[in-house]
Design a protein. Structure first.
Length: 277
């Protein structure tokens, strides 16, 4: 299967494109965002990596150079290293990730990447003989380590890094302040927020949600482009963040602790099998 078959995209206007992996039919299917700038293009998250995303961007014309100019540099930014967002980083020459998860990416740590993929989630295999049992996130050497407050310049637009741990220790959002757009990764999306994975932490998540509420209160976000599911606005962002804070009590912490223990055991067993094959 070619990259052109595997991916599909939708233009949102303003130099932003929404890309998805067509045949990965799962609630874990991550949104991929291409943001085009006057001097640099940025891909936010990279999907599973079963087909080459840069190849798709080139073949579909999304990286077509402007009037007689050469192609702009292309940077892939991982909002975090979970497998559904980081598997495709292997195909990029320039990769950026928060420093807290750089070692996991460099080592190909599929425990921290929470690699968990089944054959039934992939409607059409990317190549003959492919099996989900073979899948793992390969080691990738990041070319840029991100920190809170860093600015990724695209020329005519700037994306500010917001370190928002909770879902994972290196989770980030990217904030386009001028356009009041937040690329939120898995920090927040229109669904249940997951805080029971390895390196998830409820207290960090509460603090991150408080920051999200502050962005809304200050009128700094009007549109959220999340890591999963559909785009939403400031009112929904406020409700999702405030609901998480209100529910993060003792009972929630106890149940989350139990779920984290189960998930940790399952991931260690699964990824030890992958490594031994």
């Amino acid at each position: 299967m070619s990259a052109l078959e595997w991916f599909a995209h939708k233009p949102l206007g303003g130099g932003i494109f929404w890309i998805q992996e067509r045949f990965y039919e799962s609630g874990n299917r991550a949104n991929i965002w291409l943001v085009r700038g006057s001097q640099r293009d940025v891909v936010i998250d990279a999907g599973l990596g079963l087909r080459s995303l840069p190849e798709y961007l080139r073949d579909s014309g999304l990286l077509a150079p402007a009037e007689g100019a050469g192609p702009r540099p292309l940077l892939a930014v991982a909002t975090h290293v979970h497998f559904d967002h980081s598997g495709g980083l292997q195909h990029f020459e320039e990769v950026a990730v928060h420093s807290a998860e750089a070692a996991a990416l460099l080592q190909g740590d599929n425990y921290e990447a929470v690699t968990w993929l089944s054959d039934r989630e992939v409607a059409r295999p990317p190549r003959p003989g492919w099996s989900a049992r073979q899948f793992r996130v390969p080691p990738v050497r990041p070319s840029r380590l991100l920190q809170e407050g860093d600015v990724i310049s695209l020329g005519d637009r700037q994306l500010t890094v917001m370190h928002m741990p909770g879902h994972s220790r290196g989770s980030i959002c990217l904030h386009d302040k001028d356009r009041k757009i937040l690329f939120s990764g898995d920090v927040v999306y229109d669904g249940s927020m997951i805080d029971w994975l390895p390196y998830s932490r409820i207290s960090d998540y509460v603090a991150s949600c408080q920051r999200l509420i502050e962005l809304v209160d200050r009128g700094l976000v009007e549109k959220v482009l999340p890591g999963h599911f559909n785009i939403f606005g400031a009112e929904r962002l406020y409700r999702l963040a405030s609901n998480y804070i209100s529910q993060a009590g003792v009972c929630h912490k106890i149940s989350t602790c139990a779920m984290r223990s189960i998930a940790s055991i399952a991931l260690r067993v699964t990824n030890s099998r992958i490594t031994s094959q």
